[in-house]
Design a binder for this molecule. Structure first.
Ligand code: PLP
Length: 407
């Protein structure tokens, strides 16, 4: 991929020039969080230095300007995911915040005792626990889609999970552990044949895959700003208008109200009905800046480079005989979970950290998946478009050193 301007792109992310333990940083933990382009860092800095004011509340000059920028940020997200209206884009604190919003509102508005919610074996805890809490509150039940040994969803089993009590399907678009890119369009189609809505957890997909919510026809799509090169503490909840109109608000407070008396409160229109309190407007504007950066760089170019780098890493890691890979789906993002035979992942992670290589070790907030795989944890290298083949080579060399030392 000689035509990809990798050095120029790396120059856009100041942290990539850092050294750790005297070695150049090889940041391969992008599934946990991504690094930030200077353009976003400077936009948020400038906002706080020159323009800060609370949105939607005052008539003063700065407040007016900030409100406009916040709503422009919403439109940027709307275009990025292909949502029909900007009022269908709700800013939350992140993927977890978005899922909890729907778990509460959908629970209040729809779920009754004996109802069922379908999840999958490969979900992140953030797409398990809110539904479990809802089930406990309402007396509902979870049904779980099993996975194959390669790490694909068992679609036949999925079809058979539907009953007359199924009320919602909530699945991840891309697994944060296995890297599997799930057939979410098909998942939605099948659910809709049963009249059941679908929430897609896009936390690991939105930064690696083209996402168009109209094409997917999903009812809800959620993701986190910090995993797509934006700030922390900001996230997105997209919903179909009929659902967002029908569901009750999640939290009460400022901005989500229309009129308040001690007897009764009426709620604001969308999207404000779901945005209680002073929102993270700096985060939303920062996120929009990152999305604009990605669009300007070229999403097609980014995704095809990541594809190339993923293939390179799969081949390179595949050459290490003692390495056992989890997640070998034909449809896979550049996420690699593995263990070195006979060596604890934590020990491996600690040693390669000293070589300047940042990966993640542990259960990756997916304990039920670990139970299915019969392991306690893995190492996970998750790549981004600012990573290089050289960094993958360094990872491979460091793993071989660990094997020489410990195996
Ligand atoms: N869902 C998936 C698939 C994830 O990978 C993550 C984070 O790793 C989350 C949800 C939770 O995201 P956040 O902690 O940003 O809310």
């Amino acid at each position: 991929m000689n035509d990809f301007p990798i050095q120029q792109i790396r120059g856009d992310f100041p942290i990539l020039n850092e050294q750790v333990y005297g070695k150049p940083l090889a940041y391969l933990d992008n599934g946990a969080t991504t690094q930030k382009p200077l353009r976003m860092i400077e936009a948020v800095n400038r906002l706080h230095r020159e323009q800060n004011a609370s949105i939607h509340r005052s008539v003063n000059y700065l407040s007016d300007k900030m409100t406009t920028r916040y709503e422009e940020a919403r439109s940027t997200v709307q275009k990025f995911i292909g949502a029909p209206k900007s009022s269908q884009v709700i800013f939350t604190s992140g993927t977890t915040g978005s899922i909890n919003t729907i778990a509460f509102s959908f629970g209040e508005g729809v779920i009754e005792a004996g109802d069922e919610i379908i999840l999958s074996t490969m979900e992140h805890h953030s797409n398990i626990v809110p539904w479990q809490m809802l089930c406990q509150r309402r007396g509902a039940n979870l049904r779980i889609i099993p996975i194959t040994d390669e790490g694909d969803l068992d679609m036949m089993a999925y079809r058979n999970l539907f009953t007359s009590r199924t009320r919602l399907v909530s699945v991840t678009h891309v697994s944060n552990v296995l890297g599997t890119i799930n057939p979410v369009k098909e998942i939605v189609e099948i659910a809709h044949q049963h009249g059941v809505p679908v929430l897609i957890d896009g936390a690991q997909a939105i930064q690696h895959e083209p996402v168009n919510v109209v094409d997917l026809d999903c009812d809800f799509y959620v993701f986190s700003g910090h995993k797509i090169y934006g700030p922390t503490g900001i996230g997105v909840l997209y919903g179909k208008e009929e659902w967002l109109e029908r569901l009750p608000p999640y939290q009460g407070g400022g901005d989500m109200i229309d009129r308040v008396t001690f007897e009764k409160t009426t709620y604001n229109e969308l999207p404000f009905k779901f945005e209680a309190g002073t929102t993270n407007y700096a985060g939303a504007i920062g996120l929009a800046e990152s999305l604009n950066y990605l669009t300007a760089t070229g999403l097609d170019k980014i995704f095809s480079y990541e594809h190339f780098l993923g293939n390179y890493a799969a081949k390179k890691l595949g050459e290490i005989k003692q390495l056992r890979m989890y997640g070998t789906s034909a449809q896979k993002a550049a996420v690699f979970s593995f263990v070195l035979e006979g060596i604890h992942p934590y020990d491996t992670g600690m040693i390669i950290d000293k070589f300047g290589i940042a990966v993640r070790t542990g259960t990756h907030c997916a304990m039920p998946l670990m139970q299915r795989l019969g392991i306690e944890g893995t190492l996970r290298a998750s790549l981004s478009f600012y990573n290089t083949t050289d960094e993958v080579d360094r990872l491979s060399d460091a793993l071989n050193t660990v094997i020489d030392l410990l195996a």
